[in-house]
Design a protein around this ligand. Sequence first.
Ligand code: TXA
Ligand code: MG
Length: 315
Amino acid sequence: MIGTDVNIAIDNLNIGNLVAIPTETVYGLAANGLNETAVLNIFRAKERPFFDPLILHVNSIEKVNDLVTEFDERLKKLADAFWPGPLTLLLPKKDIVPDVVTSGLKQVAVRIPNHKLTLNLLEQLNFPLAAPSANPFGYISPTSAIHVEKQLGKKVSYILDGGNCEIGLESSIVGVEDNQICVYRLGGLSVEQIENVVGRVSLKINTSSNPKAPGQLKSHYAPNKPLYIGNLLALEQQNITKKIICICFGNQPKFITDVKVLNLSKTNNVNEAAKNLFKFLREADELEGEIIITHLLPNTGLGAAINDRLKRAGA
Ligand code: TXA
Ligand code: MG
């Protein structure tokens, strides 16, 4: 069931049920993060492997402190600057956080999301919400309640509808390694914004071999149709006999065949592109056509995270 009633969400979460929640990044598949059985149900519903840990969501720094043993000063500065917002921090966990949440790792991922309904919900709960993106494992993250309904509707007790996600890309994941600030996942907070607060960071955005962020598997975010990245007119030439769907950014190329075009932002606005990206990948999957062609964006601001998702979708 889809609705906007926070009380229904609370009642379900209090008894260990799964509820989909809106955030500014993507929709989450939430359950009581301190209840092992409830957390196991998240993995089951997503068909997600247990080696891929979950983010805990709360509404205040005080509640973060209840979950972690230390808070690095530089990460604290990031929290002060960007929470509530699209930032997830890796911090050493207290014993109260079940191992199944962190896949046995000593650090727990936490964030304060920036969405009115969900902050209101979190304020009324006396536990954090474990919430991965509300998509089947490996598919595109949902940015609207309808996206969740289509794929996980039967597996959740309630979908809290908070409209379309404002940012449209998952949170950026940041932690400390060898006393260095590291970014493990490019996301809704740009590297430039992070560096403005804490100075140079190292990027550890490895794909499948990075044990720090096991969710960063290469096949993530994949639509069902094959997706090719490159020069659009050249890709059209190479696939001239196929029915093509194009996802582009800015100037639209002049195709010679009947290509269906979805433009992420006609005005070259990367934030608009981020908001449209997952919705368009889903649309491209549903439209009549055999292949999707696209190109990379300028690698600055959210462009870097968009390119990361496109490359994973193309793998
Ligand atoms: O924007 C977001 O972050 C959304 C919304 C719902 O908050 N959530 C999200 O969750 O994208 P998920 O599960 O799809 O991605 C979380 C990723 C994991 O795949 C993993 O790479 C990383 O966060 N992660 C979680 N806990 C970790 C930990 N303890 N150590 C290292 N990486 C961790
Ligand atoms: Mg995900």
